[in-house]
Design a protein around this ligand. Structure first.
Ligand code: GLY
Length: 316
């Protein structure tokens, strides 16, 4: 099997001044994940590395750069899933951790559980020796400004919610195993303790070697209502291509609950799709040593991996 990785940096509205950073971030993440796959690494390692790269990048709403809850704190959700055996791990409402995706993977591999939340997740992180990152270090000037703006009496929170920025990755490795990973700071000015789609299996992501893998982004409550990730795999199980399955599920979410979002998909033959019903979604993919990426509907740039690395996209 030829390895493939697809990543997204969030569906919604990407403000002009953030476009370049968002493009660079998804390209870097895709190249890092692909580097692992090219060396014979697993889909699971590739998606974790790609998501970790975007958690460390302040252009995205995950890890450093996460949006703030109503109290002005970062609270993050993440999930990872292995399509070989349907194992998954997730964390929700975690604070003071640089890479929630790493903790989600530890939940999958070191516990009998699938989801740890808030204080319990914190205790588990300590037990696993994950260093605590002061909450302040995860907060950017931009997320603080946005939080303050949303608190103003005349603000339009809807407008700011359109700029979402969840991150995710899906991959298939040379052995034909698929995996997905998704990580987010959630919604700006959300209630303390709000858990979104990202941490919920079947909503924020799903991976099954029998069909493929998907990671979602967009309005979390809408995504949960239609269990978007599992719905896409269901459509693929019925014979649809990744693109058709993604569009059918996104159309359904819009028609049924008025929700917008975006998805990345890979099937177990290595066909892929990056589709969205929002105005924009930053995405990148590498297959056959060719990098493709874009932000707007219909936008697709192509470069060889060698060319991308030579131009400083920081890969492997
Ligand atoms: N899709 C990210 C969230 O709503 O939390």
């Amino acid at each position: 099997m030829k390895p493939v990785i697809v990543v997204h940096g969030g569906a919604g509205r990407i403000f002009k001044e953030r476009e370049q950073g968002s493009r660079d971030g998804v390209v870097r993440a895709a190249l890092r994940g692909y580097g692992i796959l090219k060396q014979g690494g697993s889909a699971l390692d590739a998606v974790e590395e790609a998501v970790r790269s975007m958690e460390d990048d302040p252009h995205f709403n995950a890890g450093c750069g996460s949006v703030l809850n109503e109290k002005g704190e970062v609270e993050m959700d993440a999930i990872i899933m292995d399509g070989k055996n349907l194992d998954s791990g997730a964390v929700s409402a975690v604070k003071c951790i640089a890479n929630p995706i790493k903790l989600a993977r530890l939940v999958m591999e070191k516990t009998k559980h699938m989801l740890l939340t808030d204080h319990g997740a914190h205790l588990f992180a300590q037990a696993m020796g994950i260093p605590e990152t002061p909450g302040e270090k995860l907060i950017t000037e931009r997320s603080r400004e946005r939080w303050k703006k949303n608190l103003e009496a005349d603000s339009n929170p809807e407008e700011f919610q359109k700029d979402l920025g969840t991150v995710g990755a899906v991959a298939i490795d040379s052995e034909g195993n698929v995996a997905c990973a998704t990580s987010t700071g959630g919604l700006s000015n959300k209630l303390v303790g709000r858990v979104g789609d990202t941490a919920c299996i079947g909503s924020g992501g799903y991976a099954d070697n029998h069909s493929g893998a998907t990671s979602t982004t967009g309005h979390g409550e809408s995504i949960m209502k239609v269990v978007l990730a599992r719905l896409i795999l269901y459509h693929m199980e019925q014979g649809m291509s990744p693109e058709m399955a993604a569009d059918t599920a996104l159309d359904y979410m819009k028609a049924r609950v008025g929700g917008l979002g975006g998805v990345i998909v890979v099937n177990n033959s290595g066909e892929w799709a990056a589709r969205f019903s929002t105005k924009q979604m930053s995405w990148a993919t590498v297959k056959d040593d060719q990098l493709h990426y874009g932000i707007y509907a219909g936008e697709r740039h192509t470069k060889s991996v060698d060319e991308a690395l030579a131009s400083g996209s920081g890969g492997f």
